[in-house]
Design a protein around this ligand. Structure first.
Ligand code: BGC
Length: 713
């Protein structure tokens, strides 16, 4: 298919229809009158619907085949529709939420998961996955932190790139990185809220994840809902044109977020839908999602000379090129195959990879030695609203079959059949329900047991889009259950399921051991049971700082020192930068996670203490498993630039490696630093490294490091 020739044949209206993305519910023939009649706020005719260029969230092969056929029968140019879906952490077989995947510190594992998801998605008729979400997040009040890779720009870069590679392997699906840009910095953690930050901070921290996805070849970008420095992202010429298209040379398609074009009116930026279309097209948003302003006002804007045909053609050219690259012109339904999809969903291979991912995502936050559990001979009370729940798959698992979830109780019984498990729910899971009528039953189970495993946390519906919270503690009902259990004096192993790092300050002392399981997906229960019984050693580490108190947000390890750094909680200087009622430090720091074995980092050396401009130096260290069981260490490399013409963070992650070691085994690891590693954005947005003194840190968390100085000359 020659895209240029096709463009020449198309009318302006047909082009604008290509730029329109709709939801399949509009095609429900029983609702056509309602949706296309005078009351529909989209104001589209049935013919318009079947002309449009793409659909979102069709889920299944049959839906695609049906709608594609109807479309092809009516489109005079026979341009196949493109189908996109929120495939975020799996399509039907679900792996841990992205924040959990970030805790693996294992990009290859994430890439494998994304490839698995793409196989299921492609067979289900999906061409584009609406992920990775590259929104850096320093504030766990924001519900969508669950979809993020946490607070660190480097980890975010590695994880977004890995996701893109997985989705796009063998051209199965295209990745759509979102939400451009800085949506994760919503003020006060409130979803859809204002984002205001210096351009230096934007470039230095927030844009890096999207840029890494684009560099990894992401074929699409989604613009975000939020304003950035006073201008809605989709209408922000600096962001969309100067940075994305010019600086980053992104030539792929941009789609807006759901109805974000029309939300420019609510923002107080555009007076009416025609103005919305004008701004969005001027900012090269090639497709508008779930609004019809392009189709209804595009022709008028061209007639008035405010938009040119050339501008519209640019957008349509990118859309047609994407369709061509995906092979839609040769085969309008490409990989769609309902039978294959059914074979892939929950197949052994996919379950295995989800289990491996869940095992690596869990973070052991505390262990007084009670874990790993010995098998057999014990009565264990498994209590709490998550103990037998299948709702462990997390936010955004729209096509999942929750009944396929392996629960914690299932996993425990399977892993250690010689133990006796008694179950009691104890209380309700969801915020606001707060039913504690099950507590007495839970207490009697606990009293008769040798040990309690209590499964608590945050319901998957209390996390994700639209689920911002100001109180990040366990719900009152769950707190009551835990307090009562503690009174039994029985040892308590906690498992917490959540989409965000909850504030655990007032409960941490109640646990003898605590495993943080995020929302672990289909195989969560089996994975956790294997971890608790030591069939596999915990190796996840915190991809975010766990706050002691909500008042600490935004909280992140790579902060600046301030002119009055606080030197620990006992610093006598009342006028240092600190709180009167809370430590500055997190409860659990970035990069932290316990294991059942111990690792020693030894022999840390640098190839030179001096790096020449344009040169490099290599650091080496040996990591040794000095414990008695096999495990994986997440070795982390951080840099501190002691002085800069713009102040530099106290630490910055620059590299990491997940290393598997048998007991007694030792591996030598190396890390090469280049001048580029040391570069940072300056006040005028120039990017370069400044000569001077640095420290390189090597360790097993952001607070457990050894360091060596070096100089860039
Ligand atoms: C979300 C996007 C998502 C889109 C389509 C929006 O509300 O912000 O992340 O891709 O809906 O479902």
């Amino acid at each position: 298919m020659d895209v240029e020739q096709l463009l020449q044949r198309m009318t302006l209206r047909q082009k604008l229809a290509q730029m329109t993305q709709l939801h399949p519910y509009l095609f429900d023939e029983s609702k056509v009158d309602e949706l296309t009649g005078p009351n529909s706020d989209l104001k589209l005719s049935e013919d318009d619907l079947y002309l449009c260029g793409s659909l979102l969230n069709t889920f299944w092969a049959e839906t695609r085949l049906n709608l594609q056929q109807k479309h092809m029968e009516r489109d005079p140019n026979a341009i196949p529709m493109l189908f996109m879906q929120d495939v975020i952490h799996g399509h039907r077989t679900i792996y841990p939420i992205p924040l959990g995947m970030a805790a693996t510190f294992n990009p290859q594992l994430l890439q494998d998961c994304a490839e698995m998801a793409a196989k299921e998605a492609a067979a289900s008729g999906i061409d584009v996955c609406f992920s990775p979400m590259a929104d850096l997040c320093r504030d766990a009040r924001w519900g969508r932190i669950a979809e993020s890779f946490g607070e660190d720009p480097y980890l975010n870069e590695q994880m977004t790139a890995a996701t893109v590679k997985g989705y796009q392997a063998e051209n199965r699906t295209a990745a759509c990185v979102k939400h451009y840009a800085a949506y994760g910095a919503a003020e006060a953690g409130r979803d859809y809220n204002t984002v205001d930050m210096s351009l230096r901070t934007l470039h230095e921290y927030y844009l890096k994840g999207y840029e890494a996805a684009v560099k990894a070849g992401a074929k699409m970008v989604m613009s975000s809902f939020n304003t950035l420095n006073g201008i809605p992202a989709a209408g922000n010429r600096y962001l969309m044109n100067d940075v994305l298209r010019n600086k980053n040379s992104f030539n792929g398609c941009v789609v807006t977020d759901y109805n974000a074009v029309r939300e420019m009116i609510a923002h107080g930026f555009a007076e009416n839908e025609k103005e919305c279309a004008y701004h969005a097209i001027s900012c090269n948003n090639d497709m508008e999602m779930m609004s019809s302003t392009y189709l209804r006002f595009g022709e008028e804007l061209v007639k008035e000379g405010r938009l040119s045909v050339a501008q519209i053609d640019e957008c349509v050219r990118r859309i047609l090129t994407l369709k061509q690259e995906l092979g839609l012109f040769e085969s309008p339904n490409r990989h769609t195959d309902a039978k294959l999809a059914d074979e892939l969903f929950y197949c052994k291979e996919h379950l295995d990879i989800c289990q491996a991912a869940a095992e690596e995502s869990c973070v052991l936050l505390k262990n007084n030695g009670i874990l790993p559990l010995q098998k057999g001979g014990k009565t264990i009370a498994v209590v709490g609203p998550f103990a037998k729940s299948k709702a462990l798959i997390g936010t955004w698992a729209m096509a999942a079959d929750e009944s396929q979830t392996h629960t914690l109780l299932d996993g425990l019984q399977k892993t250690s059949p010689a133990d006796r498990f008694t179950f009691a729910e104890g209380c309700t899971m969801q915020l606001g329900e707060e039913d504690v009528s099950g507590v007495p039953l839970a207490l009697s189970a606990a009293e008769q047991a040798d040990l309690i495993i209590v499964a608590l946390g945050e319901a998957q519906w209390d996390s994700g889009e639209g689920a911002s919270r100001t109180k990040l503690r366990l719900s009152p009902a769950q707190k009551t259950l835990l307090t009562q259990l503690k009174k039994t004096g029985k040892p308590i192993v906690g498992v917490i399921f959540a989409g965000r790092p909850l504030v655990l300050t007032d409960v941490i002392d109640d646990f003898d051991a605590l495993l943080y399981a995020w929302h672990p997906g289909t195989m969560g229960g089996d994975a956790i049971a294997r971890l608790l019984y030591g069939e596999v050693c915990p190796s996840g580490v915190c991809p975010v700082s766990f706050a002691r108190d909500e008042g600490q947000f935004p909280l992140y390890y790579n902060h600046y020192t301030t002119g009055r750094p606080c030197h620990g909680d006992n610093d006598p200087n009342a006028y240092s930068s600190r709180y009167k009622d809370c430590s500055n430090t997190p409860l659990f720091p970035f990069g932290y996670g316990l294991s059942y074995t111990q690792f020693a980092v030894e022999g840390f050396t640098l190839s030179s203490e001096t790096m020449q401009k344009g040169g490099s130096i290599t650091a080496t260290a040996r990591v040794k498993n000095v414990g008695t069981v096999a495990g994986k260490a997440a070795l982390q490399w951080y840099v501190r630039d002691r002085f800069g013409s713009c102040v530099r963070p106290v630490l910055e992650l620059k590299g990491f490696e997940k290393i598997a070691l048998a007991p007694g085994e030792e591996k030598s690891v190396s890390f090469t630093l280049t001048e580029e590693t040391l570069a940072f954005y300056h006040d005028d947005l120039s990017l370069f490294a400044e000569a001077g003194d640095f420290d390189l840190y090597c360790g097993l968390s952001s607070v457990d490091t050894i360091s060596l100085p070096f100089r860039l000359v």
